[in-house]
Design a protein around this ligand. Sequence first.
Ligand code: AKB
Length: 317
Amino acid sequence: MPKILIIGACGQIGTELTKQLRAEYGTDNVIASDVRKTDPEFVASGPFEVVNALDFNQIEHTIEKYGVDEVYLMAALLSATAEKNPAFAWDLNMNSLFHVLNLAKAGKIKKIFWPSSIAVFGPTTPKQNTPQYTVMEPSTVYGISKQSGERWCEYYHNIYGVDVRSIRYPGLISWSTPPGGGTTDYAVDIYHKALENGEYTCFLSEETRLPMMYMDDAIRATIEIMKAPAENIKIRSSYNLAAMDFTPKEITEAIQQELPEFTISYEPDFRQKIADSWPQSIDDTCARTDWGWKHEFDLATMTTDMLVHLRELKHND
Ligand code: AKB
């Protein structure tokens, strides 16, 4: 059984990843960590350490304390937040990665998961069925940091033999954890507002198509790529990964199947420009071929599942 450390465990992906890894590997084998103890219930649910992803010594100390084999580095500033604080975004997104890569290079950990994003692509990238290998000129600080990170992951693998694995996540949608400052966050908020108010004002325009994925699929992909035999992981920068793509108008229509009175209005803000620079759909053939990736949820099945869980949550409040 590997000992696992999750850095940034209190975020949107980290919370659900921690739960699933603990279900598969046992609570005591999965150490959650974050820069602060935000949710007392989560902190009490298993081993937890306060770790600042920018503090090499703190990461090293935690790895030695628990005899950690694998690190999932989930701490990052996402696209919208990063645009408001570019210097800190660059610092956090790059230096946390260097810390973990250098610990693996020194032989202190065996395997790393590091998330990349569709934000590595930019306005000059082909927008439909964006290939694994194509023009990449990201125009956001988040995208620039993720593209640079991908290059470093591949470099550390090729030069130092570091076993680092990565996925380019699309927008992620989850009922149980709030999103963390991204451009795709509207696709989570819309479900909450549909149930609470019956109306939603969207910060992207109605025809803005973006690649998206339900959190259940994203967590499964993350664990599957980490479990795959090393020789199957042929791409050591990051894999394209896809499940669905839709516009605000289409997600509204899916919600209206269950809540016919639901209405949407549009007030695009600075995030529109970010969304316009990203792909509309992704070709993830390499992930499907190399390590058997297969998505389960589409817009209709995700919408049904989201509304069932959110209704339950509201009922229990
Ligand atoms: C964001 O919107 O910044 C993220 C992402 C696509 O990486 N959800």
